[in-house]
Design a protein around this ligand. Structure first.
Ligand code: ADP
Ligand code: ADP
Ligand code: MG
Length: 472
């Protein structure tokens, strides 16, 4: 088993990994930028080291991080998500410096990080992919010709894209021509690579993804699927496990497809195979993410398996402890990504001091976050500041419990997306589990709410109790 792990990340995922290390008796080393000096992951780790003045450069510097891991006697590095987690060069240097990268090897990261290479591998293995380019596009004329044969609408996508960026829908040739250079420029800016490709746009699809675990001994298992159809601008807001929109037969089919996808590329460690489900009930492979995902928590909630622990065990060379038959799911789990954004002002990012944070509790409620009362949210990082994960035995109960937990959670001082999620829970389509990736755009009315309750239930109850007591 690995003995000491450097966590090459920040925020809630760094805290999440530190917790797994602590439970496993593994020492943890945090890294931080000057802007993160007061961050929770710095306080929670066994050791913490500053990697520079710049808010981002240190988290993105493979050599600096690997040298630090060597100096502090680490034998493993966990990259979390984002930052260097899907950087093949980073995984490669780790291997050459004899540090265990907690994730797949550089070759798999490279292949799956290139959406064209991934599509080609899946096609060859007989996994259905979204119809589209064979390779990268050379020029706009090629794109126009291809779109003509596939039929509009089409999607232009960055080949090394991620995080929902570098994707544009084109409804006709004029839009395709207009967006062609834009997507190239977005891809170059965001990912440092100019390659783009074209896919048929699946209209109003559902986003269904399967959690996979593969070990070094040739075993691959799945932890069922997640429904991530509630998105805004191709970025996930709410995730659900299992999907309340699938039949048992569809579930079995898509999970088997995902295992086939992982086995085809000799996958190792935790990974996610993402699919789109169209209105004729066809599944299409979209991409594979070769890292722990933001929404891994809900698969943990329904299976009881600690995915980060399994990642560390697999990276230590241990075989997976359970057979597929031993893994069962129970109930439903929903994750809400609480972002520091103002939903009623076009989701404008907000920063500043959290004047009060009260974590929700009660049965079936988990929060993964790195905020605390008095914490100042720096303006340099991702806007997701907390994840609220709610579990219950059935769909109706998980909705009711979510509503209660969102009320219970108190974040004062900044605007967040929490209040918007309360509105989504009220929507009949959501309650009836009939939604697709267009849900947010087709329900603008859910954004027109007033925040009548300035205090949370909890604060109001406390105030009432104090007042009652004073009156006695
Ligand atoms: P998930 O796939 O786990 O649902 P997201 O797509 O929300 O995760 O991405 C998680 C984080 O990783 C975000 O901060 C996102 O910006 C970042 N990210 C994901 N893919 C990439 C990529 N290819 N390049 C840079 N950042 C990425
Ligand atoms: P990323 O790497 O940024 O996560 P994905 O390829 O996974 O990019 O796509 C992100 C989201 O964009 C999907 O969940 C889906 O909502 C939308 N999307 C991507 N490709 C298509 C497509 N061909 N048709 C319809 N929607 C798509
Ligand atoms: Mg994706």
């Amino acid at each position: 088993m690995l003995q000491k792990i450097l966590i090459a990340n920040r925020g809630e995922i760094a805290v999440r990994i530190i917790r797994a290390c602590a439970e496993m008796g593994i020492l943890s080393v945090a890294i931080f930028s000057e802007a993160d000096r007061n961050a929770l992951h710095v306080k929670k780790a066994d050791e913490a080291h500053c990697v520079g003045e710049d808010p981002l450069a240190g988290y993105l510097n493979p050599h600096k991080i690997i040298n630090l891991a060597k100096e502090t006697g680490c034998d493993g590095i966990h990259p979390g998500y984002g930052f260097l987690s899907e950087n093949a060069q980073f995984a490669d240097i780790c291997a050459r410096r004899n540090i265990q990268f907690i994730g797949p090897n550089a070759e798999i990261i490279q292949q799956m990080g290139d959406k064209i290479a991934a599509r080609q591998a899946m096609k060859k293995a007989g996994v259905p992919v979204v119809p589209g380019s064979e390779g990268n596009l050379d020029n706009v004329d090629e794109a126009l010709k291809l779109a003509d044969s596939i039929g509009y609408p089409v999607m232009l996508k960055a080949t090394s894209g991620g995080g929902g960026r570098g994707i544009r829908r084109c409804n006709n040739p004029e839009e395709l021509e207009k967006n062609y250079d834009r997507v190239i420029s977005e891809a170059t800016k965001a990912f440092g690579r100019a390659e783009i490709f074209l896919e048929k746009c699946i209209v109003n699809p559902r986003h269904i993804e399967v959690q996979i675990l593969s070990d070094n001994h040739g075993k691959t298992i799945h932890l069922f699927e997640r429904d991530c159809s509630i998105q805004r601008r191709n970025q996930k807001l709410i995730e659900i496990a299992p999907s309340p929109q699938l039949t048992e037969k569809q579930r079995e089919y898509v999970c088997t497809l995902a295992i086939k996808a992982a086995e085809t590329v000799n996958y190792v460690n935790a990974g996610t195979v993402e699919f789109l489900l169209d209105n004729e009930n066809n599944f299409y492979f979209m991409e594979m993410n070769t890292r722990v995902q933001v929404e891994h928590t809900i698969s943990e909630a329904i299976t009881g398996i600690d995915i980060v622990e399994e990642q560390i065990r697999i990276a230590s060379g241990l075989p997976i402890r359970f057979s597929q038959e031993q893994i069962s799911k129970r109930g439903y789990a929903i994750q809400f990504r609480v972002n520091a954004e103002d939903p009623r002002n076009d989701f404008l990012p907000t920063f500043g001091r959290i004047t009060r944070y009260y974590a929700p509790g009660g049965p079936g409620v988990r929060t993964d976050t790195a905020i605390y009362t008095g914490y100042d949210i720096p303006p340099f990082y991702d806007s997701m500041i907390a994840k609220l994960i709610v579990w219950a035995l059935d769909w109706e109960d998980v909705i009711a419990r979510s509503d209660r937990a969102l009320d219970d959670m108190e974040i004062s001082g900044i605007k967040t997306t929490k209040s918007y999620y309360k509105q989504i829970l009220k929507s009949p389509e959501f309650q009836q589990a009939k939604f697709n990736t267009s849900f947010v755009d087709t329900h603008p009315e859910l954004l027109r709410y007033s925040e009548k309750r300035s205090k949370s239930h909890v604060a109001t109850a406390i105030a009432a109790a104090i007042a009652a007591h004073a009156g006695l």
